[in-house]
Design a binder for this molecule. Structure first.
Ligand SMILES: NC(=O)c1ccc[n+]([C@@H]2O[C@H](COP(=O)([O-])OP(=O)(O)OC[C@H]3O[C@@H](n4cnc5c(N)ncnc54)[C@H](O)[C@@H]3O)[C@@H](O)[C@H]2O)c1
Length: 269
């Protein structure tokens, strides 16, 4: 790994800079962040990786030689920089997979990958078992169900407030049963996991989603259930948050790091 581009210098971006600098001390890292945040990001990241890291406002300003672009800047960052990365000839690893629930954006990004003979890489992120789901898809899948459970107050400030009285929930309550497209659109904070499952499995319309306010939930839990000719799967996670951002799962940063490392390791697992 000689030169990597990281889009978004927040919790995940800074974590990646720290880990990659430790793993590949000679590697150059370019970062992109919002114009108003460039100076702060430069100061923060220089404190981690010294002059091995530089921060820019756009893909066009990044020096040549990038081997991989990693988006961890949110859905707006995918919209703003996704195609530009692929047009610049970089493979693109996206953390904000939920952005791809917008079919028009999805189609533009996939078209950019194809016309540049580059890859759009979708990590498992905060969920697990996506290798098994994507493999099962090759034999056809009958059913994929994703269930999200959080404490009632963890749904505060979201569309859930319009669907149930969160303050009055005393037993586990399913407040929305829908498909992955609508879940990703109405609940951007759940969009990444729902979209990842949809893209790995049976698509946005056929992926069933159940959102629950559960007073007994242990943190932020995800359950993925799959039925098909090759058998059944039940994948359950209870994720711990990232120290720098309680809305992000630690596993999401680790999952990106795994994909990046795999590109330069002799053995890829
Ligand atoms: N796939 C998953 O399971 C999963 C899990 C958690 C988070 N995520 C995604 O990862 C993203 C980053 O998470 P985080 O905890 O680091 O967030 P964060 O809020 O700590 O950091 C986001 C950074 O991106 C920057 N940014 C915002 N808009 C941008 C733009 N248009 N261009 C460039 N930079 C921009 C912000 O200034 C900030 O520095 C989240 O927004 C989320 O979409 C995905």
């Amino acid at each position: 790994m000689k030169h990597i581009l990281i889009i978004g210098a927040g919790a995940i971006g800074a974590y990646l800079v720290r880990e990659l600098h430790a793993m590949y001390p000679q590697a150059k890292m370019s970062c992109i962040d919002r114009a108003e945040f460039v100076e702060a990001a430069r100061k923060r990241l220089r404190g981690i990786a010294g002059d091995h890291v530089e921060v820019f406002e756009s893909v066009a300003a990044v020096p040549s030689g990038v081997e991989l672009a990693v988006e961890c800047g949110g859905h707006a960052a995918v919209t703003q920089h996704g195609e530009a990365c692929l047009d610049a000839g970089y493979d693109l690893l996206v953390a904000s997979v939920g952005a791809l629930a917008d079919q028009a954006l999805h189609d533009r990004i996939v078209a950019a990958a194809k016309r540049n003979d580059r890859k759009l890489l979708i990590p498992a992120g905060a969920v697990a078992g996506m290798d098994g789901l994507a493999a099962a898809r090759l034999a056809g899948i009958d059913r994929v169900r994703y269930t999200s459970r959080k404490l009632p107050l963890a749904w505060k400030g979201t569309h859930a407030e319009k669907l149930c009285d969160l303050g009055a929930v005393t037993v586990s309550t399913e407040f929305l049963k829908t498909d992955a497209r609508q879940a990703a659109t109405l609940f951007p904070q759940n969009a990444n996991v729902a979209a990842t499952i949809a893209l790995a499995g049976v698509g946005f319309e056929r992926t069933e989603v159940s959102l629950n306010a559960d007073p007994s939930a242990k943190g932020n839990t995800h359950l993925v259930e799959v039925e098909g000719p090759c058998g059944t799967m039940r994948i359950e996670l209870s994720n711990k948050p990232f120290p720098d951002n309680p809305k992000t799962s630690m596993l999401a940063g680790l999952s990106l790091l795994r994909v990046i490392r795999n590109r330069s390791e002799a053995v890829q697992v």
